[in-house]
Design a protein around this ligand. Structure first.
Ligand code: ZN
Length: 289
């Protein structure tokens, strides 16, 4: 299943893709299903089975009549692994890490497909990082790497947008990784039965120019390693999102460096997971709320 969060007529709900150009409103078909992705995922395998049954309904809505949102608008945690492709660690002048290099993206940075990425008032150094994201499906604590499958709801495309000067203001990287609009995910959550996250092609384009190209089989710490490591420290909960790292080809490593500017479009494509495209704009005045 390709699970979506969508808005239609001012109401935001969850659905499943039906073919390429329609969705099924899951809660409308089966009123026992929740209307938010976090609640669906918290319902575990049983809720997922009911969603799967509902997803076959003929009561579809054309995709053109809805707006797709981030599949999970406000995950409990959005964690990310840095320097997790050898070629990216090398282009960053960093050693190959012995342990996963983990940081948090504050969850207010999460945004959806088609939504604008802001060039903020305080920096011009906005960079792309195409990445596969893991979505947790069940409370995970001390899970061994060979047992992680049951704890994964599925996978998504993500863009770990990074403000490079702010990133290096502090060794934790956190502020530069968490600017508003700098966590695009989507367009949908592909459930784990449909895709194997261990070998998917990853490509990032800026204005149709290929910038990054790799495969998740090149991850230094793979999906199992990441979940084993993180779940030894904290409970991973349904709906938690883990950005797994980006391959070589980011803007800051180019000579000269290249950063995103208003008018650009960033597109991350991952085999089996879809295409996540976002326009880049100047942060609107009055954007603060
Ligand atoms: Zn990243």
């Amino acid at each position: 299943m390709k699970l979506v969060t969508f808005t239609q007529n001012g109401s935001t709900r969850i659905g499943a893709m039906s073919g390429d150009d329609a969705i099924v409103d899951l809660n409308a078909v089966d009123a026992s299903l929740p209307a938010t992705m976090l609640d669906l995922l918290a319902g575990g395998d049983e809720a997922m089975e009911r969603a799967r049954a509902a997803s076959g309904s003929d009561a579809t809505i054309p995709l053109s009549e809805v707006t797709l949102e981030a599949p999970i608008g406000r995950p409990g945690k959005a964690l990310a692994v840095g320097l997790n492709y050898r070629d990216h660690a090398e282009e960053s002048g960093q050693e190959i890490p012995k342990h996963p290099v983990v940081f948090a993206k504050v969850t207010t940075c999460i945004t959806g497909p088609g939504k604008p990425i802001h060039v903020p008032r305080v920096s011009r150094a906005v960079d792309w990082e195409g990445e596969m994201c893991i979505v947790i499906g069940k409370n995970a604590r001390y899970v061994a790497k060979d047992d992680v499958q049951d704890y994964i709801a599925g996978y998504m495309v993500g863009n770990d947008v990074s403000v490079r000067d702010w990133q290096f203001h502090s060794p934790t990287w956190m502020t530069g990784k968490g600017f508003d609009t700098h966590g695009p995910i989507g367009p949908w959550l592909v459930t784990r039965d449909e895709v194997d996250g261990s070998h998917l092609e990853v490509k990032t384009f800026v204005n149709d120019e290929l910038k990054q190209e790799s495969n998740t089989n090149q991850l230094i710490f793979g999906v199992g390693d990441i979940i084993e490591y993180l779940s030894a420290a904290c409970t991973l909960e349904p709906g938690d999102v883990i950005f797994t790292g980006t391959p070589a080809g980011v803007g800051v490593a180019r000579r000269p460096p290249q950063f995103l500017e208003a008018g650009d479009t960033v597109r991350v494509e991952i085999e089996g997971l879809g295409v996540l495209e976002n326009p880049v704009i100047e942060e609107p005045r009055g954007a603060a709320s």
